[in-house]
Design a protein around this ligand. Structure first.
Ligand code: ADP
Length: 159
């Protein structure tokens, strides 16, 4: 049986922290769907189309990694994609507490799912999309926090 995982997140934008999780997990899974949770009401910096494009730029040479998007429950997406694993990253104990509850509730709702956690690389611990967004909004250079293959040099012009 193929091992299929879903890596859900907002990815607004995708960062080197996310990239590291996907690269490390790709050794465990036959297929990883990076699933952009999309909320039309939520004010994102990057459009869904941009976020899809950025992630494709990073993994265009790896057919085992695919980008998708969804609204609604992660477990419903997992059922649709035949995925039995949810992938998440852990940076801090606060992440752990938050993720533990979600993973346990997901397991209660759908027994066929298990959440697999990757500890962040130490150098990626302080990196999150919201800090990267703030840097970009104020015209700063966020290039060290985003994957090398991702081309978002002038994010404000994307708006
Ligand atoms: P969400 O809004 O679902 O938290 P994010 O895009 O912020 O979406 O994050 C998606 C996943 O990536 C989460 O599991 C998060 O913990 C993980 N993650 C985010 N930043 C990092 C990082 N720097 N290192 C490791 N994991 C990370």
């Amino acid at each position: 049986m193929n091992k299929i995982a879903v890596f859900p997140g907002s990815f607004d934008p995708f960062t080197v922290g996310h990239e590291s999780i996907v690269n490390r997990a790709s050794k465990l899974f036959d297929k990883i769907y990076i699933a952009i949770g999309y909320n039309a009401q939520k004010d994102a910096l990057f459009s869904l189309d941009d976020r899809i494009k950025f992630i494709n730029q990073v993994f265009d040479d790896n057919p085992a990694i695919e980008v998708t998007h969804f609204e609604g429950l992660t477990i419903d997406l997992c059922k649709k994609l035949n995925a039995n694993y949810i992938l998440r990253g852990l940076r801090t104990s606060a992440d752990f507490e938050y993720e533990r509850a979600i993973a346990q509730v997901n397991k209660a709702m759908y027994h066929g799912i298990d959440t697999v956690f990757f500890l962040t690389m130490p150098e990626h611990t302080p990196i999150n999309s919201s800090i990267v967004r703030d840097i970009l909004r104020h015209g700063g250079d966020a290039s060290r926090f985003i994957p090398a293959k991702m081309n978002i040099k002038n994010p404000i012009k994307n708006k």
